[in-house]
Design a protein around this ligand. Structure first.
Ligand SMILES: C[S@@+](CC[C@H](N)C(=O)[O-])C[C@H]1O[C@@H](n2cnc3c(N)ncnc32)[C@H](O)[C@@H]1O
Length: 466
């Protein structure tokens, strides 16, 4: 039988899920980078298509991408392709027989699947498509239940559900290699999670964030706004050691009111460690601490391989930080005594992002990644609003729509140099973060979606959670 390496001349076909479209390319690129491989699409590459043909990979590369990807559904070794069935036939007959024959020998068992994108075919029509492949020299016997080899005919009918062509726009045939990790979306759903909160991050997005951050085995990952630890759950699944911090004592200690329906108070073991235990990843748990992101407690050293977080936006939770005597502005009206130090004060979004980028510049290892969500008021969005830092290179910026006027963007940055004295972000604040500054501008805009005619608010989507 041909070895994996001798088959690296093949193109591979990825079949991608058609949700979270913008998140797919950075995910696949990040997973390829973990293998030290560049992203090499074929010349007709269309980012929005559910099918991507990739060059320059081995079967092992493809298997390792699929062992991580939540954006890709399946991967195939591409044996033939074309815009019509007759061109597919020509392409398949040109595929070197020594590459195909090891999977078609006497005594082997196989199955052929037919998959159509944007069209549903009746069972007899599928069978006809399989019969039409009789020119392929399969010598084994068909086994529908447990075949040794699975082949797939994939037909692409475009992406417009209102304009489905009679014949496919493009057809592929290949040997199935592996499925992606879409099952994680269900198996790790927050609906069945031991410890959840109002802002627990959706499981699929948590895994995408871990992939964008290129989290790998034995990495050290930190979430400075850890909440119920959804992002730690995803990173620990990929065997990274995880830790986090949150200003809220009750969240860190799993106390207080439960976010679960019909439960008034949190149970005795509702905490982040128990979440990791639920998924068999407790040994990856380091610890979580009560700490304010604006006054972190870490010594000044590059420590973390990745910082992955979902900061508070002030929509479903308040953006507060601890008060300190340094921040006291003496009130002119004498409303409190001179020695008064407020327990907490407003933590403006602009300061949250400034602190997060500065913290990451100092505490990420070189080439370590920061992945976080940035809330967006869409009518005013421009790329200039993305906070930048001299030590962090912007890798990707992917939008997730939340309503007609709001979205959030998943920002991925990579540390490219150690910070010097002048590399602090404070001097950039005025130019960069105007939409998030001083007052709770974003919150006000978020709640400005009032339908003027009905006088009712838009149906507000969750910023976090499923
Ligand atoms: C959007 S939630 C994070 C949700 C989390 N990803 C999860 O899956 O549960 C933001 C978290 O930031 C915390 N937070 C707010 N202000 C903070 C501060 N100044 N320092 C640290 N954490 C803070 C809140 O208590 C909240 O748990």
């Amino acid at each position: 039988m041909a070895t994996i390496n001798s088959r690296s001349c093949f193109k591979y076909l990825l079949h991608l899920a058609q949700d979270n479209l913008e998140f797919r390319l950075p995910e696949i690129k990040a997973l390829l980078a973990l293998r030290g491989k560049p992203f090499q699409p074929n010349e007709n590459f269309n980012e929005k298509s559910p099918f991507w043909c990739l060059d320059g990979l081995s079967e092992e590369d493809v298997r390792s991408i699929m062992a991580r990807s939540v954006c890709a559904k399946s991967a195939f070794e591409l044996w033939g392709h074309g815009p019509t069935h007759s061109e597919l036939r020509t392409s398949l007959l040109n595929c070197p027989s020594e590459n195909m024959s090891p999977f078609m020998i006497n005594g082997s068992t196989y199955r052929i699947n037919v998959y159509t994108f944007n069209k549903t075919l009746a069972f007899p029509d599928r069978i006809k498509k399989i019969d039409a492949l009789e020119y392929l020299p399969f010598k084994g016997t068909v086994s529908l239940k447990s075949p040794q080899h699975i082949f797939s005919l994939l037909e692409d009918y475009g992406t417009d559900p209102n304009n489905i062509p009679e014949h496919p726009n493009y057809i592929y045939f290949g040997r199935w290699i592996a499925d992606g990790q879409r099952d994680l979306i269900c198996s790790h759903s927050v609906k069945n999670r031991h410890f959840i909160g109002n802002t627990s991050m959706d499981a699929g997005l948590s895994f995408i964030m871990a992939n964008h951050a290129r989290v790998k085995e034995n990495d050290l990952v930190f979430d400075p706004f850890v909440g119920t630890g959804s992002l730690l759950v995803a990173c620990s699944h990929f065997r990274a050691y995880v830790c986090g911090a949150d200003i809220d004592y009750n969240t860190i200690h799993g106390k207080g009111r439960s976010s679960r329906k019909n439960h008034k108070w949190r149970g005795p073991d509702e905490n982040i460690r128990a979440n990791l235990r639920q998924y068999g990843a407790e040994k990856m748990y380091l610890d979580v601490l009560v700490s304010d992101a604006s006054k972190h407690v870490w010594r000044q050293t590059a420590l973390f391989d990745a910082i992955i977080t979902d900061p508070p936006y002030g929509i479903r939770e308040s953006t507060r930080r601890t008060g300190s005597c340094k921040d006291v502005v003496k009130p002119l009206d004498g409303s409190y005594v001179e020695s008064h130090v407020p327990v907490s004060q407003v933590y403006y979004l602009s300061d949250i992002f400034t602190d997060l980028l500065n913290f990451s510049a100092h505490h990420l290892v070189m080439r370590g990644r920061l992945v976080y969500w940035l809330p967006i008021y869409r009518p005013e969005y421009s790329e200039q609003m993305i906070p930048l830092h001299p030590c962090l290179r912007l890798i990707s910026n992917c939008e997730q729509m939340l309503s007609s006027h709001t979205s959030r963007r998943l920002i991925t940055m990579e540390k490219i140099k150690e910070p010097q004295e002048l590399d602090s972000l404070t001097h950039l604040v005025d130019s960069c973060f105007s939409p998030y500054q001083r007052h709770n501008a974003f919150r006000e805009k978020y709640f400005s979606g009032v339908n003027k005619r009905s006088g009712k608010e838009d149906n507000k989507p969750d910023f976090n959670g499923e």
